[in-house]
Design a protein around this ligand. Structure first.
Ligand code: COA
Length: 244
């Protein structure tokens, strides 16, 4: 357990709980460092990742006390954006289980994950302009990709907060489940992912995130998978009547 995260190793996955309840799990420099350590581990030994927050909050943003002291040079370092990009590029899928507030950088962290699940108390929002700054760690483009420009601009420009029903309706979250079942459902989703071939999952994520039309990348990724033993044994199993 780090100072700001609880990191648990489960079969085939890592579960990270953001844990700064006294600051509503606001993302400070220590949390950024600890999340980079998790990324380094997952890059070296790929596993699925589940991110959640302690005590009924996902994360109430970047730490405003720290943000207040940052200047131009820190902004150009992309302290949050680089971490969230690293999380988005992790080799295997990531799931965010969001209970309570996911605001500012907390929302951007959830947007950087591959799939989001929410409790009925989940609230997504990007109030950065109210603090005189912009949401510079992915909200200005990832949110648009996830929900479309119209809703994204309501969130970014008009301070609209998306509750769990909104988030489900707009496709931001896959499912809304009671808080007490949120982690169980997230694990069930990860179990489903874990039944796929790990290399197939990894290459699918890579190709799905590649920008624009990309027939060559897709064919190259498929060429690797077509040669894999995993593919042959999975197809043999199907043809033998086995269903996973
Ligand atoms: N950074 C630093 N501290 C934060 C924080 C943040 N992003 N969000 C909450 N906190 C701290 C509060 O300052 C407070 O500290 P205190 O107990 O020492 O006064 C503590 O967490 C609890 O917050 P509080 O506002 O009393 O809780 P609440 O349940 O009434 O409200 C929120 C929860 C999330 C709605 C509210 O804290 C909030 O609006 N936070 C800021 C959201 C934001 O603007 N994020 C974008 C940052 S870029």
């Amino acid at each position: 357990m780090g100072a700001t995260l609880a990191v648990e190793e489960h079969a085939g996955r890592v579960v990270v709980t953001l844990r700064r309840p006294e600051a509503r799990n606001a993302i400070n420099a220590a949390m950024i460092r600890e999340l980079h350590d998790v990324c380094a581990d997952l890059e070296e030994r790929p596993r699925l990742l589940l991110i959640t927050g302690a005590e009924g909050t996902f994360a109430a943003g970047a730490d405003i006390g720290e943000l207040r002291e940052r200047g131009r040079d820190q902004a150009l370092q992309g302290i949050n954006s680089r971490l969230f990009d690293r999380i988005a590029r992790l080799p295997l899928p990531t799931v965010a289980a969001v209970d309570g507030y996911a605001l500012g950088g907390g929302a951007e962290l959830a947007y950087a994950c591959d799939v989001r699940l929410a409790s009925p108390a989940a609230v997504f929002g990007n109030p950065e302009p109210g603090l005189g700054i912009l949401a510079a760690a992915g909200a200005c483009w990832r949110l648009r990709e996830l929900v479309g420009a119209s809703v994204a601009k309501q969130v970014l420009l008009a301070g609209r907060r998306l509750d769990a029903d909104d988030a489900y309706r707009f496709g931001l979250v896959a499912e809304v489940v009671p808080a007490g079942e949120l982690l169980k459902r997230a694990h069930a989703l990860l179990d489903r992912m874990a039944r796929s071939g790990p290399l197939a999952l990894r290459l699918t994520k890579l190709v799905a995130d590649a920008p624009g039309g990309h027939p060559v990348t897709d064919d190259l990724a498929q060429a690797i998978l077509f040669e894999s033993e995993d593919k042959r044994s999975r197809m043999d199993a199907f043809l033998a009547g086995e269903r996973r």
